[in-house]
Design a protein around this ligand. Structure first.
Ligand code: GRF
Length: 194
C-alpha cells in the first residue's frame, strides 16, 4: 500500500483501425480504483474507425494518421507519442504493421492482442482458418510486439473451445469476450515489470 503513495500513472496510447471494443474496455479499466495506467492518446490510421468515438466520449486525445506513406506516418506517430509522454503502446485491432525502426523506439513497450492461440494462425482471418482446419480449440493471445508479425513473447493466452456449430461470427464473438478479460490482465502484468 505504501508503495502506491505518490505513484505516477503510466501513460499509454492505444492504436486502433476499427470497432475499438478492446480500446473501450481498456479505457474502462483505466478508470478503476488502483489502476496504474492512463490512456492519453488514441491513434488510428482509419478516419472512419468506430472506436474513435470513444475519444470524444471519454475526452481522450485522438490522432488520425494518414498512412499513404508508412515512413511519414510513423514519424508523425512518434512525434505525437513523445508530445504526450507515452510510455507504453497497446495495439488493439491496428491493421498496420510497424517497422523495425519504430519498434526499436519502443523496445519492450508495445503489446498486441491477437485472436488466435499463437504461434498458431498468425496474420488475418484467424477464426475462418481455425474452423476450416477443424481445430478443437482457438483463443486469444496478448504478446509483445517485435519485428516479426505476431511473433513476440507471449504475455497471456486464453484457450477457447470451438464447437461443431460455431461459425466465424459466433467464434469471434466468443473469443472477443475473452480478449476483454485477458488484455487488461496482461497489461497489468507488463506494467508491473516495467
Ligand atoms: C480483435 O479481435 C483483436 O484480437 C484483433 O482485432 C480485433 C479488434 O477488435 N487484433 P476491436 O476493434 O477491439 O473490437
Amino acid at each position: 500500500m505504501l508503495k502506491l503513495i505518490g505513484f505516477k500513472k503510466i501513460n499509454i496510447s492505444i492504436f486502433i483501425s476499427g470497432t475499438g471494443s478492446n480500446l473501450k474496455n481498456l479505457i474502462n479499466h483505466s478508470f478503476k480504483k488502483n489502476s496504474k495506467f492512463k490512456v492519453v492518446l488514441i491513434i488510428s490510421n482509419n478516419p472512419k474507425a468506430k472506436g474513435l468515438n470513444y475519444a470524444k466520449k471519454f475526452r481522450i486525445k485522438k490522432k488520425i494518421i494518414n498512412y499513404s506513406n508508412n515512413k511519414n506516418a510513423e514519424k508523425k506517430i512518434l512525434i505525437e507519442l513523445k508530445k504526450n509522454k507515452v510510455n507504453l503502446i497497446c495495439l488493439a485491432g491496428f491493421m498496420k504493421i510497424l517497422s523495425e525502426n519504430f519498434i526499436n523506439n519502443f523496445k519492450g513497450r508495445i503489446i498486441n492482442i491477437h485472436p488466435s492461440l499463437l504461434p498458431k494462425y498468425k496474420g488475418l482471418n484467424t477464426h475462418q482458418r481455425a474452423i476450416k482446419n477443424k481445430e478443437k480449440y482457438s483463443g486469444c493471445t496478448v504478446h509483445y510486439v517485435n519485428s516479426k508479425l505476431d511473433s513476440g513473447k507471449i504475455i497471456l493466452q486464453k484457450k477457447v473451445r470451438i464447437l461443431k456449430n460455431d461459425t466465424f461470427k459466433s467464434l469471434s464473438k466468443k473469443i472477443l469476450k475473452h480478449e476483454h478479460v485477458i488484455y487488461p490482465k496482461a497489461l497489468k502484468k507488463v506494467l508491473f515489470n516495467l
